[in-house]
Write a protein that binds this ligand. Structure first.
Ligand code: 1GP
Length: 245
């Protein structure tokens, strides 16, 4: 079977990932979400959160049993490693200067991941500020890249690519009031050939289309679908409208 990264590398296609926070769903709402996923499938399901009160295994298992999609861990911390997932975005927080989130936790996770054999996608994780403190900023004790400083974002992305990371994730923060600015995505896209994931504050198909046209290869939607899982159709249609031309 093709690894998910093999698909992601094909940048001729736009993709949608759905982020499921295990604390954001009970078993009834998760079943409802799974129903919508099967009607309007995204490309990937991510599972994780900054702090979790509910066990990640239960959510991952339900998604694995209920859908045919790859289910990847989007780890907020080491407690979120789970062998039942298909893979993990192995996030190195390259916008920050906290060694634990750059490499420390990765050293602790590596033997576990090696043993489990799940797919590992080394991902440069860049937190972009938008005026409001995010959970990632607080929990990682790092400063985001200012949203109005595309030059710093571009240089950080270049460094990530030169260090051999395989993908980049531009993060505005869960529930951000607005997504990463298209101008910043365009500036990065111009100089970087890695697959570009963009998440945080994406609530409408219009925003998704704007971010795709700026150069995002995959958009990640979390909060908006917790509120209205039927919205998944709008993102499904937006992606398909671009992939069919
Ligand atoms: C958060 O980028 C993800 O880490 C998704 O953000 O919940 O705002 O969609 P939202």
């Amino acid at each position: 079977m093709n690894s998910f990264y093999q698909q992601l590398k094909d940048r001729s296609k736009k993709r949608v990932a759905l982020l499921v926070d295990p604390d954001g769903y009970d078993s009834k709402s998760l079943d409802e979400l799974i129903g919508f996923i099967n009607l309007y499938p995204p490309d990937l399901v991510l599972v994780g959160g900054s702090i979790l009160f509910n066990p990640i295994e239960i959510t991952i298992t339900a998604l694995k049993l209920g859908t045919k999609l790859p289910v990847f861990i989007f780890p907020g911390n080491l407690y979120q490693l789970c062998d039942r997932a298909d893979g993990i975005l192995f996030l190195s927080l390259i916008s920050g200067r906290n060694p634990e989130f750059l490499i420390g936790n990765h050293v602790l996770a590596a033997p576990h991941l090696g043993r489990s054999g799940i797919e590992v996608i080394p991902t440069g994780y860049m937190l972009i500020g938008n005026g409001k403190a995010s959970s990632v900023e607080y929990m990682s004790n790092t400063s985001p890249i200012p949203g109005n400083k595309p030059d710093i974002a571009v240089a950080t992305a270049m460094a990530g690519e030169m260090l051999g990371l395989k993908a980049l994730y531009l993060e505005a923060g869960s529930g951000a009031s607005h997504s990463v600015e298209p101008a910043m995505i365009r500036a990065i896209r111009k100089l970087i050939s890695l697959p570009l994931m963009v998440g945080g504050g994406i609530r409408t198909a219009e925003t998704a289309l704007e971010l795709f046209s700026a150069g995002a290869d995959m958009i990640v939607v979390g909060n908006a679908l917790e509120k209205d899982p039927g919205l998944i159709k709008a993102f499904y249609d937006a992606r398909n409208s671009l992939n069919s031309v």
